[in-house]
Each structure stands twice: as structure tokens, then as C-alpha cells.
Design a protein around this ligand. Structure first.
Ligand code: C2E
Ligand code: MG
Ligand code: MG
Ligand code: MG
Length: 285
């Protein structure tokens, strides 16, 4: 990843430009193959209601297992896919997988909503909302079982259109959350114009807890802002019990991170869920 970032920084008249373009093409080409050959799968990471310990939902995170190169992280291939319409196919894949998983879990008594990550470009795609609504109907899934995680950047690209599309989804009771909150360059204006239920406080703030007072103030302010607007907050990247406890103390509603569980395949999540009887409680509570 570091090498890739470096080559992106030095784009101007660098001989690396050709290499980078080729590399992009080859990644995108093999990503197409990967989709056809079943190398893509979803992992699931629980989000826990801090006050009760109940599982609020699980986030679906894409995984690419390449037969020769091993596992390729989404931070490498998602940004490249986002530069083309390939990202629409990936999102369609993620939504399809999520629907099938919701149906499978429902059949064995697990009623947990699944959150799917949406790229900015997806919201500019004409058929996006129709696709989501179609998939819900087709799989007979209640909108409340689906959450869409949208980044701030995605919301700002075409505000008028975004309001229309997200409102249609919210009318179908799909939950809309803002991912990586606090890292975008947007104004806060959009918050009360959009049907947003959840704010995900970015891990860059959460990771600096509990010591960093600045980060703590930002988290507290985000919690207050969300609650004033009738929304809930999720902290992502919670890596210790101390931070989990602190978040509860400052009124953050939901937590997600390695302190609770890492993202895992569906069957591993089923085991985790059974072991915890559907509730996460701190070891040293
Ligand atoms: P994100 O949506 O903000 O997801 C959170 C990332 O943080 C995930 O990385 C997750 O595995 C990781 N994470 C969770 N808890 C912890 C923790 O306690 N500590 C640390 N250090 N990390 C934690 P992952 O799975 O590598 O995904 C990275 C990003 O790639 C995601 O960020 C999202 O922007 C994108 N992505 C992943 N799957 C999809 C997908 O299906 N579609 C789209 N469009 N983007 C995806
Ligand atoms: Mg996310
Ligand atoms: Mg995030
Ligand atoms: Mg992120």
C-alpha cells in the first residue's frame, strides 16, 4: 500500500506513471476475473449496542483472495475500482451477498441487520436506488434489515439528487449511516437535510482514546451533535476495553472494533454469535 501511495504522490512526469496505469489496468482486469471466479467474499464485523450489549448490526466488508497473490486488502483495490464503473458491479455483488446472508440467518433465527459500504460513485449511478429496492423485494427482506454506509464525500457530490435517492431508501426503512465521520471536507449543512440515522465516528479519533483529550472532545461533540439531531453514534476502531468503557461513559451508542470482534466469514460469525448468546459483555465487567 505504501509503495502504491508513493507512486501516486509523484505522478508528475514520473516514469512511474506508465507503471501505475498498467498496474491499475491489471488490477481492474483481474478484479473482473476475480468476480467471475468467485475469489471475492464478504466478512462480517459486529457492532454492539454499548448500553445493552446486544448486537446492533454487522458490517459487510469485502475480501479478495487471489490464487497467487494471496489476500488483497480493500484499501488497495476499492479505490481503483472507484475510478471506473466496476465499483457498481462490486456494490451490486456486496448487496446481493448481504441479501442472501440476511435470508440465511433469518431461517436460523438470527435477525441482525447487515450494513453495506456504498461508494460515492454508486449514488451517481441512475439505477442504484432501484437496484436496492428491487433486491429487497426479490429476497423478501424488510428495509430495516439493511443499512447503507455512505461517506461524507458521497453526500456532497450532488446534494439535490442525493436527498431524493436517500429519501426513497429511507422511506423503504433502509438505515442510512455516515461512515468515517469527521474526515471529509464537507459542511455540516447536509446533516439535517438527509434522512441519516447513524453517524460513524472515524477510527482516527477513536484510536487516539483514551489519552488524547482533543480526540475525546471531538467524540463528545459528535455524540452531542448526533443526539440533538435525533441520530445515534457508532465508534469504529475500538481496540480496547478501556476505550469501550469510555465511549459508554460519554454517551456513544454503538461500538465496533477488534476489542469486540474482527471481521470474519459468515460461519465464524454464527459461532461467535452462538458463543455470546447474541450479546457482547466485557470480560472484566
Ligand atoms: P470502513 O468502511 O471504514 O471499514 C472499517 C475498516 O476498519 C475495515 O477495514 C475494518 O476491518 C477495519 N477495522 C475494524 N475494526 C478495527 C479496529 O479495531 N482496529 C483497526 N485497526 N481496524 C479496524 P477493511 O475491511 O480493510 O476495509 C477498509 C475500507 O475499504 C472500508 O473502510 C471501506 O471504505 C472499504 N470497503 C470494504 N469493503 C467494502 C465494500 O464491500 N464496498 C465498498 N464500496 N467499500 C468497501
Ligand atoms: Mg464502513
Ligand atoms: Mg469507517
Ligand atoms: Mg474507513
Amino acid at each position: 500500500v505504501a509503495a502504491h501511495e508513493k507512486s501516486q504522490d509523484s505522478l508528475a512526469y514520473s516514469p512511474q506513471i506508465g507503471t501505475l496505469a498498467c498496474e491499475n489496468l491489471s488490477v481492474l482486469g483481474s478484479l473482473m476475473d476475480a468476480m467471475r471466479q468467485g475469489q471475492l467474499s464478504m466478512h462480517y464485523q459486529p457492532k454492539v449496542d454499548i448500553a445493552t450489549g446486544h448486537i446492533h448490526s454487522v458490517e459487510a466488508l469485502i475480501r479478495w483472495h487471489h490464487p497467487e497473490r494471496g489476500s488483497i486488502p480493500p484499501a488497495v483495490f476499492i479505490p481503483r475500482a472507484e475510478q471506473s464503473t466496476l465499483i457498481n458491479l462490486i456494490t451490486e455483488f456486496a448487496l446481493q451477498q448481504a441479501m442472501e446472508q440476511i435470508v440465511k440467518w433469518r431461517a436460523c433465527g438470527i435477525h441482525i441487520p447487515i450494513a453495506v459500504n456504498i461508494s460515492p460513485r454508486n449514488l451517481l449511478w441512475n439505477g442504484f436506488t432501484d437496484l436496492v429496492l428491487h433486491l429487497l423485494r426479490h429476497h423478501d427482506v424488510d428495509g430495516r434489515s439493511l443499512e447503507l454506509e455512505v461517506t461524507e464525500g458521497a453526500l456532497m457530490t450532488d446534494m439535490t439528487r442525493t436527498i431524493v435517492e436517500l429519501t426513497r431508501l429511507a422511506d423503504a426503512r433502509v438505515t442510512i449511516s455516515i461512515d468515517d465521520f469527521g474526515t471529509g471536507y464537507s459542511s455540516l449543512q447536509y446533516l439535517h437535510q438527509l434522512p441519516i440515522s447513524l453517524i460513524k465516528i472515524d477510527q482516527s479519533f477513536v484510536r487516539r482514546l483514551p489519552e488524547d483529550l482533543g480526540a475525546l472532545h471531538i467524540v463528545e461533540a459528535a455524540v452531542t451533535l448526533a443526539h440533538k439531531m435525533g441520530m445515534q453514534t457508532i465508534a469504529e476502531g475500538v481496540e480496547s476495553e478501556a476505550v469501550y468503557r469510555l465511549l459508554g461513559k460519554v454517551g456513544c451508542d454503538i461500538a465496533q472494533g477488534f476489542a469486540i470482534a474482527k471481521p470474519m466469514p459468515a460461519d465464524a460469525f454464527e459461532q461467535w454469535h452462538a458463543q455470546h448468546a447474541g450479546r457482547f459483555l466485557l470480560q472484566s465487567a
